[in-house]
Design a protein around this ligand. Structure first.
Ligand code: ADP
Length: 256
């Protein structure tokens, strides 16, 4: 039970013990007329997903594995902006609840002490240039035992507890995320501008000012991350010194 003071986000909460993937479940609900703001949250995901078919490890009772159903009147190309709204909300929530200096690694990871504590997976369904729904999946390692994680992920992943040095209330983090997400999302819908979220993403960015390797299907670029645009795209300076805009779609960004 959450003491929520939001207008839309979290009006209906579906809390499950175990599920394959909260995003997959949220998609089904959204397709069957699930209302905007409905949330699917699970204690455990057996087939949690990352981008491009990658896996998201989601052990029982230790994290926040949740998906938000949204039905914005936007064009499909704008859906990626919602990832930036979620990233801003999660970074603010972790900072507020724990005092830890959560950073944002563009476009979809939240970082504590150089390690990934949260991933965001935005998926959508669209027809004829109209969005039917957008699902924002948020996975956060809160009180998990990182020692129990698979070897390869252990190197790059952390939990809120590991940084805070104590067990942290998942409920407090969820409440804060939903509140901040709603504030930034409604502002985006009403003003048609992502500016408020971009300001937060810039302020807490761990990407800007640093060298990055942009990995796309057909090319890899080594460059310097220099800015975010008003639309939430990454601006890089390539090795010829030219500025280029990167759209989050299918790129992976690695620090070097
Ligand atoms: P990337 O950040 O590499 O672009 P994604 O955002 O799609 O990829 O996230 C998936 C990746 O995150 C996985 O391939 C794995 O390396 C890592 N990962 C999986 N589960 C977790 C977790 N619970 N915490 C931190 N990292 C994870």
């Amino acid at each position: 039970q959450l003491d929520l003071d939001t207008k839309i986000i979290g009006k209906r909460i579906i809390h499950l013990n175990t599920i394959d993937s909260t995003n997959t479940m949220a998609k089904k609900i959204a397709a069957e007329d699930g209302e905007e703001g409905t949330i699917v949250i699970a204690e455990e995901q057996t087939e949690g997903r990352g981008r491009l078919g990658r896996k998201w490890v989601s052990p029982k009772g230790t994290g926040i594995w949740m998906s938000l159903i949204l039905k914005p009147s936007i064009e499909p190309t704008e859906a990626a902006k919602i990832t930036q709204i979620a990233a801003a909300a999660v970074a603010l929530a972790i900072r507020k609840v724990t005092g830890c200096e959560a950073g944002i690694k563009w476009p979809n990871d939240i970082i504590l002490e150089r390690k990934k504590v949260c991933g965001i997976l935005t998926e959508m369904s669209a027809e004829l240039n109209c969005v039917n729904y957008v699902i924002v999946g948020i996975g956060i390692n809160v009180n998990g035992d990182m020692e129990a994680f698979p070897e390869d992920i252990k190197k790059t992943a952390t939990s809120v507890k590991a940084s805070a040095g104590k067990t942290v209330s998942r409920k407090a983090i969820v409440l804060y995320i939903l509140r901040e997400f709603e504030r930034l999302y409604l502002d985006f819908i009403q003003s048609k501008s992502l500016q408020k979220s971009v300001e937060i993403c810039k302020k807490y960015s761990v990407t800007l000012g640093n060298p990055v390797k942009i990995i796309n299907r057909d090319r890899q670029i080594v460059a310097e991350a220099v800015d975010l645009t008003e639309e939430g795209e990454l601006v890089i300076r390539n090795q010829k010194g030219e500025l280029e805009k990167i759209i989050s779609g299918e790129v992976s960004v690695r620090g070097i």
